[in-house]
Design a binder for this molecule. Structure first.
Ligand code: XIL
Length: 317
């Protein structure tokens, strides 16, 4: 059995991975990505972000996102669409524009309406708002929050819901996988959207973890339950578990345990619908370029060979 085969056998789960356009020229990579026994779902790592889809105002470019959407369709894989509103990977016309509340709301709505309409019927879910919170659970400073206030969040969800009533709408963030102020902040965002009478369907747990300090399975499961108690589903959306390099047998064994407990938390939680790893091979992981001295975060190594983490995941499914 592969990872998605095992996940599907549980009856409620998909297993998938992020991918990205530059990697699709690597034929060994693509043949493994196309293995639907392991991957029943894919997420574009970059090509649906704002800088990729609306590089200048009201000019939309969907070619790279479409390549990944078509790959998912050809393979019969679910597509998680990522993302509509974030403080990163914004084009300069957004970050350097002169905005009022009214003009920025109009630009936000225009972006969401165009992108969601373009991908209508192709996405299982959209990450509508990504990473709106600081570590202490307060709102992050961004062009969105500074100009519009917290209402940008329900406005974004309402606009997405109007463009595609059938796609699941998620709030997605990191460090909200375990109890604490930031998890409370994420629950409060769900309640905020609901208080506006607007649809919110899920909380996405990015789950960018560290070998040996991954939150316990019980803490992850109880935190998932704190979201599902609000009437939304949850998904693990960007799982990877990094280590300080070089990789050792002991670190790889601990990594396997950490993958297992994380996947186990989703399996045991009613309302956890699936797990996505943030690329499956160390060859293309975002980790080394973002976290200096760290890496080896994926279940397959840079030569596409399965690491102990693969078995750790499989045994939890
Ligand atoms: C990352 C991509 O993987 C990189 O290629 C890119 O350079 C930066 O963004 N949280 C998210 C993802 O929601 O969109 C980020 O993806 C990783 C952190």
């Amino acid at each position: 059995a592969g990872l998605d085969t095992a996940a599907a056998a549980i009856g409620k789960l998909y297993f998938g991975t992020a991918t990205d356009n530059p990697e699709l020229t690597d034929t060994a990579y693509v043949s493994q990505l196309n293995n639907t026994a392991d991957f029943g779902q894919i997420t574009p790592g970059n090509s649906q972000k704002w800088d990729a889809t609306e590089p200048s105002q009201n000019t939309f470019t969907f070619a790279n996102g479409d390549t990944i959407a078509k790959l998912a369709e050809a393979n019969g894989q679910k597509l998680r669409c990522h993302n509509l509103v974030w403080h990163n990977q914004l084009p300069s016309w957004v970050t350097s524009g002169t905005w009022t509340n009214a003009t920025l709301v109009a630009a936000l709505k225009n972006h969401i309406t165009n992108v969601v309409t373009h991908y209508k019927g192709q996405c299982y879910a959209w990450d509508v708002v990504n990473e709106a919170l600081n570590e202490d659970g307060t709102y992050r400073t961004s062009i969105w929050y500074e100009t519009i206030g917290e209402a940008y969040i329900p406005i974004a969800f309402a606009t997405a819901a109007a463009a595609d009533p059938n796609v699941k709408l998620y709030y997605n963030d990191y460090n909200i996988e375990y109890s604490g102020s930031k998890a409370t902040g994420a629950a409060n965002i769900v309640k905020l959207i609901q208080s506006y009478g607007v649809k919110v369907d899920g909380v996405g747990l990015q789950s960018h973890f560290i070998v040996g300090s991954t939150p316990s399975q019980s803490n992850q499961a109880s935190t998932m339950a704190s979201y599902t108690a609000l009437g939304v589903e949850v998904a693990i959306t960007e799982l990877d578990i990094r280590m300080t390099l070089p990789s050792t047998d002991a670190l790889l064994a601990q990594q396997s345990t950490d993958y297992s407990s994380t996947v186990g938390a989703c399996v045991e939680t009613k309302g956890c619908v699936g797990i996505t790893i943030w690329d499956w091979t160390d060859k293309y992981s975002w980790v080394p370029s973002t976290f200096s001295g760290q890496g080896a975060a994926c279940p397959w190594d840079a030569n596409f060979v399965k690491k102990p983490a693969y078995t750790g995941i499989l045994t939890a499914l």
